[in-house]
Design a protein. Sequence first.
Length: 226
Amino acid sequence: MRILVIDTALGACTAAVFEDERPLAMRFEPMTKGHQERLGGLVRDVVAEAGMAFDALDQIGVTVGPGSFTGLRVGLAFAQGLGAALDRPVVGLSTLDALAESLPQDPAPTVALIDARRGQVYARSFDQGAPHGPAAALTLAEAAQEIVALDRRARLVGTGVGVLLEAFPDLAPTLADARAAPSPEALARLTRATDPVSSPPRPLYLRAPDATPPSRLPGQPRQIVP
């Protein structure tokens, strides 16, 4: 199976082509902004470097969040558009699952963490390689409590690792990997193992957006509250 994977949900822009487990071409550029300008070029480059045409792809995998509201929308729109044009299935991948999958295979408890700002993290726990519960937006204290309940020495991975350990240094995990984004290899493994029907490419939001709609239309007078 030849697959294209795309990730723009966090602090990098990733595009890679795999044939089964073998990487044919990969691009990984750290960035917090500018995914929209770079993604198309990266996808073009990896498909060309893989020595194939776009219609040789069998499946597309894309991260759906949690992550940056703007960033993940870029990847989703691109993957959905390409999938529709090629008539190929598109698989939605959890960013937290992909972060956990980026670590070396190990049955030890693992917690994937994404910095959600405002004293929160997006988190999901894994035990024996399987999810230990749903993804959730947690306060730092709630995340620390969950890790202690699972195993204080659990492996931690993701952009939320630094902020959590700064607040709770006594957690002392066996591994603290503060990587900015999932690895292309992890994205490929999840894409091969995931059913497109049960995991469609829809954004996964664990918290309402920070932006709020305007309270009045342009030109509309302000309401004076007595």
